[in-house]
Design a protein around this ligand. Structure first.
Ligand SMILES: *Cc1c(COP(=O)(O)O)cnc(C)c1O
Length: 458
């Protein structure tokens, strides 16, 4: 008999979450100016805003925290983290930072200047923000299949080699400080990049003498998909695949709040000692001394343990199976979601969900607000609001995809919570024709407006 699947962990500590009524939520979201970031967390029942820093640490991580070394310089915790990075990711040098965007800030301060171009696969919003803030340009070279949510491609995070080569040909190498490969590709739906693609990118990068950095927040989830979908790697362990992936990179930035399963932390790792030295100066200015860079010793300990747990097959299987569980329920209910289902989140295709709402009325945000009002579920818009205005023309950028992301925190919710989310979604979907109007912007910040934008219902 084939035994049913069950999670390879049990729960040692629980946290109360808060129910509310639809009436209460209508009031709270109006007060929050229809921006889900403005809500108090007690006013949210199931929080799928992000999987960043929201995971549950293990007993081993918590015990590692107790033996953290808080010395300013040369802490044992730094060396524990250094050893974990060398062992799991293969990089000789690293700098701790307080989170992923801080790693970007430090690395880009050392490498990117005005007028540069940075090709990649749908750069993450903070990555793009840090590039554009330096008056450089992020050029999206993701394969076209990524922008059609109905196409079932195994590696929708892949870079289109022709698009990439065009960029590498067009600009001199002095203007291309790096190629950024985001694994998994967050902005195109938590979609993986294949090892084959990484090898091909390496070849092009070598030909044009441009370094490659991986934006690695979900590198372990990427490795899991490689094991399942890329024939040549099916018999390798996750840790072996991770090694194989990083062989083709010169360095990486990491938001440890994702696949290292900690609540706060990040780092940069690289092979070049010269770059390490250059970046160290910026790390000291922005983050802290090179052996702690914005992290407590205890947090570095938990991070090192998290890198090990996060690259364990059984953990990853439970993690990704839960995301698939919710995704398959959505598909069964006819709800248009990005397919194949990504590693960390479900992405609702809002244009297909509410085709009657024009793009000028923020379709994905409209769906996200409904999810909150009806079920107390907090997702996030990955659409026009996030895409922001063009830095030159100041016009709204309308991305091909208008998505609502429901990110699942690691080891945090049960499948009963997933059932609840699926039921709420079905209810909204079944009454979608009643939606007549979307939203309008009342005020916004000049950059990364989605965090603070104020909206009103039309
Ligand atoms: C989260 C994330 C970042 C930024 O990291 P923070 O820890 O949130 O600052 C960068 N890139 C990707 C792909 C991410 O998912």
């Amino acid at each position: 008999m084939k035994l049913p699947y069950a999670e390879p962990f049990k729960i040692k500590m629980v946290e109360k979450i808060h129910r509310s009524t639809q009436e209460q939520r209508e009031k709270w979201i109006k007060e929050a100016k229809y921006n889900l970031f403005n809500l108090k967390s007690q006013h949210v029942f199931i929080d799928l805003l992000t999987d960043s820093g929201t995971g549950a640490m293990s007993d081993k991580q918590w015990s590692a925290m107790m033996v953290g070394d808080e010395s300013y310089a040369g802490a044992t915790s730094f060396y524990i983290m250094k050893a974990a990075i060398k062992k799991i990711l293969g990089f000789e040098h690293f700098l701790p930072t307080h989170q992923g965007r801080a790693a970007e800030n430090v690395l880009f301060s050392a490498t990117i200047k005005e007028g540069d171009v940075v090709p990649g696969n749908s750069h993450f919003d903070t990555t793009k923000g840090h590039i554009e803030f330096r008056k450089a340009k992020a050029i999206d070279c993701t394969i076209d299949e990524a922008f059609d949510t109905t196409i079932n491609h195994p590696f929708k995070g892949n870079i289109d080699l022709d698009k990439l080569e065009k960029v590498l040909k067009k600009y001199p190498k002095e203007k291309i400080p790096m190629i950024i490969v985001t694994i998994t590709c967050n902005s195109s739906g938590g979609q993986p990049v294949s090892v084959q693609n990484m090898k091909d990118i390496r070849q092009l990068a070598d030909k044009y003498e441009v370094p490659i950095f991986y934006d690695s927040a979900r590198f372990a989830e990427n490795a899991y998909f490689i094991k399942l979908r890329e024939e040549a790697y099916k018999n390798m362990t996750i840790k072996e695949i991770v090694h194989e992936m990083f062989k083709y990179a010169d360095g990486m930035t990491m938001s440890s709040k994702k696949d290292a399963i900690v609540n706060m932390g990040g780092f940069i790792a690289m092979r070049s000692k010269e770059l390490y030295k250059k970046a160290s100066t910026f790390n000291i200015i922005y983050e802290g001394y090179v052996t702690y860079g914005g992290m407590s010793g205890r947090d570095m300990n938990a991070l090192a343990q998290g890198l090990d747990e996060g690259t364990d097959f059984d953990y990853l299987e439970a993690r990704i199976k839960q995301v698939q569980y919710l995704g398959e329920k959505c598909i069964a209910n006819g709800i248009p979601i990005q397919q194949p289902i990504g590693g960390h989140a479900i992405f609702i295709d809002a244009k297909r969900f509410l085709p009657q709402i024009p793009k000028e009325e923020y379709i994905a945000q409209t769906v996200a607000i409904e999810l909150y009002i009806v079920g107390g579920i907090r997702g996030v818009e990955i659409g026009t609001i996030l895409a922001d205005r063009d830095p030159e023309t100041r016009e709204n950028r309308y991305p091909d995809l208008e998505l609502v992301r429901l990110a699942i925190p690691r080891r945090t919710y049960t499948n009963n919570h997933m059932d609840y989310v699926a039921t709420v979604m079905k209810q909204i979907f079944d009454t979608r024709h009643e939606a007549k109007k979307g939203l309008r912007i009342l005020s916004e910040a000049p950059i990364m407006r989605h965090f603070t934008v104020e909206l009103d219902k039309l």
